[in-house]
Design a protein around this ligand. Structure first.
Ligand SMILES: Nc1ncnc2c1ncn2[C@@H]1O[C@H](COP(=O)(O)OP(=O)(O)OP(=O)(O)O)[C@@H](O)[C@H]1O
Ligand SMILES: [Mg+2]
Length: 302
């Protein structure tokens, strides 16, 4: 192999050793033959078909796949917010039957309570669970410090930027000390620069907290930058295409975007998600002859 090409399956000794260690850790989440069929007046949609995978303690797993392949369905099932049609979901070996404090959630939309301060938002779950206000406040302040927002504890959500709101959402999810953090495109609404900062920040938090993360994203760079392994789903029905062990060494940073390991992994993900045939049939032929009237400039601008 020359130094311009790299096989995404080949791992350095250090990366291999890391994966060996990771796989020896206990299994936190096990999904076995998961099926989900939505029934509606329009008919049946198989959103997930025979999906199986495991995550180990303190593992960071990203899920990617084309729109409609069932990513949000999967995470809602894991959160206990959606029923499933077949298969098994085990958290610490016990079946998931509904929502629980052992799972923290962060979604794309900002889901903070607008009428509560940042601190009160983080305290909310603890107080609901019977913790005294004083203790909840101490806990909340600790987690706000971890996400770098202690100075904003008394602010209201509308006074924060999008990135800051998502940091509060992360603190609010982690304050319950969940076994797994479920994140559905949490940085999807942020601008590129803030998104980049949030990725580094999340890796920093994950390094310091005993939590397993399942993170859904559309962004291939984001998945490679964050994940130990990437679960690639395909659509119609949503099935597992491949579970990729990311060969890029840790600690990760954007400086690795152009390393051979990164490029090889991205090329593999591109091939799985945007196979060449779909470009030929779906994307190139979108301009129909009757649309030519949208321009009266005769020459080709390209
Ligand atoms: N409540 C529902 N009732 C009926 N069908 C649904 C429902 N929710 C999702 N679906 C269908 O299930 C499939 C998977 O949807 P899902 O939202 O899980 O996809 P996704 O991978 O998260 O997509 P995106 O990348 O656009 O967020 C789609 O075909 C969708 O139309
Ligand atoms: Mg979705």
């Amino acid at each position: 192999m020359d130094n311009t090409t790299h096989d995404y399956l080949s791992q350095s000794d250090a990366v291999k050793a890391r994966f060996d260690k990771l796989k020896q850790r206990e299994v936190i989440l096990e999904v076995k033959g998961l099926n989900k069929v939505y029934k509606s007046a329009q008919g049946e949609t198989t959103a997930l078909s025979n999906v199986s995978f495991k995550t180990h303690r303190r593992e960071f797993v990203c899920v990617i796949g084309p729109s409609g392949c069932g990513k949000s369905t999967l995470i809602r099932i894991l959160a206990g917010l959606e029923s499933y049609s077949g298969g098994q979901v085990l958290l610490d070996g016990k079946p998931v039957t509904g929502p629980g404090r052992d799972r923290g959630m962060v979604f794309q939309g900002y889901t903070l309570f607008p009428w509560l301060t940042v601190r009160k938002n983080v305290m909310f779950g603890l107080e609901m669970n019977g913790m005294s206000s004083e203790e909840a406040r101490r806990e909340a302040d600790l987690w706000l410090e971890l996400v770098g927002l202690e100075r904003f504890a008394s602010a209201y959500p509308h006074q924060l930027s999008g990135g800051m709101k998502q940091r509060v959402a992360i603190a609010r999810a982690l304050v319950n000390q969940p076994r797994i953090l479920l994140m559905d495109e949490p940085f999807g609404a942020l601008d590129a620069q803030t998104r980049c900062k949030m990725q580094a920040h999340l890796l920093d938090i994950w390094r310091n907290v005993d939590v397993t993360i399942l993170f859904i994203t559309h962004d291939l760079d984001e998945a490679i930058l964050l994940a130990d392994r990437i679960l690639v789903l395909k659509a119609n029905p949503g099935e597992v295409q491949e579970l990729i062990e990311v060969p890029v060494p840790r600690p990760r940073s954007v400086d690795q975007l152009f390393t051979p390991e990164f490029i090889a992994t991205k090329a593999r993900l591109e091939a799985l998600i945007h196979p060449p045939a779909s470009i030929a049939s779906d994307e190139v032929e979108t301009v129909k002859p009757h649309m030519i009237r949208f321009t009266n400039v005769a020459d080709n601008v390209e």
